[in-house]
Design a protein around this ligand. Structure first.
Ligand SMILES: Cc1ncc(COP(=O)(O)O)c(C=O)c1O
Length: 328
């Protein structure tokens, strides 16, 4: 079986109205005096909850959970986690239960994603202000409690950055290639953000499986390039185990992974990223947020200004709309 046949044979819960639109960024092209056409892929419009990248991951994760006979998915993250909120919304749509474990204190008043979670009435556990390593250590205990309750839980590890979750973006490369064919687009460069590296792993793996139709650019929002590259390698290794299709490449040779725009790290704005949230909405009428897509857009625009060659450029808007309302 080839890559497309393998990926189509895996369990999947259809959730997103795909393909997501590819739109021209005409105003940005003008302002940047871009020699290439610029496009945005609206993965903020993935059709469930507030939308965003994690819906693609959850299609494969919930598909796997159901195939394994699970009746509840367990998501964990900080109080504004996009993954947690989208897991709850996708679970509602897929007819499966969801439990969220937050590593923060229970907020006195809800904001952003936590309002959306209130509306969903999803069960939440607050384990206090501990780091994500401590939170992951706590998860086996939660799983045991659910089993003792007579439930059959599926744990979403590592913010859905797993081999299973990353299949969503491996599949997205097929989608983008097909959209380019249908719409006669000459896209060569794909830009995406890198947090834990799940989107990056999926894009890099999918692109390699299709014979490298695109050049992948990853803008780190958190870690330095060697650390992010390691995360990506780990997730690609997991994907390989699922698909049984080899990936005989070095990740560093398959993508341009930049840490030049991350500033002091995750969720800490740079002056440029803070400004970008406003500028992008005012020029394109599209909202981005402060943690992921703002730094992505800064990196994207800077690289466009420095000059891209060989074809047009697409930036993937990965969503996070729910969290925007907690950031001001
Ligand atoms: C809106 C948004 N964009 C990008 C990312 C980064 O994705 P990854 O962790 O797969 O690199 C996340 C992760 O939570 C996210 O919520």
């Amino acid at each position: 079986m080839n890559f497309e046949q393998v990926i189509n044979s895996l369990p999947r819960q259809l959730l997103a109205p795909l393909p997501t639109p590819i739109q021209r960024l005409a105003a940005s092209e003008k302002i940047l005096d871009s020699p290439v056409k610029l496009y945005i892929k609206r993965d903020d419009l993935t059709g469930v909850g507030a939308g965003g990248n994690k819906v693609r991951s959850l299609e494969y994760i919930i598909g796997r959970a159901k195939a394994d006979g699970c009746d509840i998915i367990v998501a964990s993250g900080n109080g504004q986690s996009n993954l947690c909120s989208l897991a709850a919304a996708c679970a509602a749509r897929a007819g499966i239960k969801c439990l969220i474990v937050h590593n923060c204190e229970k907020p006195d008043t809800s904001a952003g994603n936590s309002i959306l979670n209130d509306l969903l009435d999803v069960e939440r556990i607050y384990i206090g202000d501990v780091d994500s390593t401590r939170r992951e250590e706590y998860m086996p205990l939660v799983m045991q409690v659910l089993k003792d309750r007579g439930q059959n839980p599926y744990l979403i590890r590592n913010g859905a950055t797993t081999g299973c979750g990353a299949l969503g973006y491996a599949n997205a490369v097929i989608e983008i290639r097909d959209q380019c064919r249908r719409q006669n687009l000459e896209i060569k460069h794909i830009f995406a953000p890198g947090g834990n590296g799940g989107i990056a792993a999926g894009l890099i793996y999918g692109n390699a499986m299709l014979g490298f139709p695109f050049k992948i650019h990853i803008i780190s929002v958190e870690d330095d390039t060697p650390t992010l590259t390691k995360h990506i390698e780990t997730t690609i290794a997991e994907m390989r185990r699922i698909t049984a299709l080899p990936f005989d490449f070095q990740v560093k040779d398959c993508a341009d992974i930049s840490d030049a725009y991350r500033g002091e790290g995750w969720a800490i704005n740079t002056d440029q990223s803070r400004q970008m949230v406003k500028t992008f909405a005012r020029t394109e009428g599209i909202y981005i947020e402060n943690v992921y897509t703002s730094k992505l857009m800064v990196g994207f625009e800077d690289m466009v200004k420095k000059g891209l060659t060989g074809g047009d450029a697409l930036v993937i808007h990965t969503g996070g709309f729910g969290s925007l309302f907690s950031q001001y």
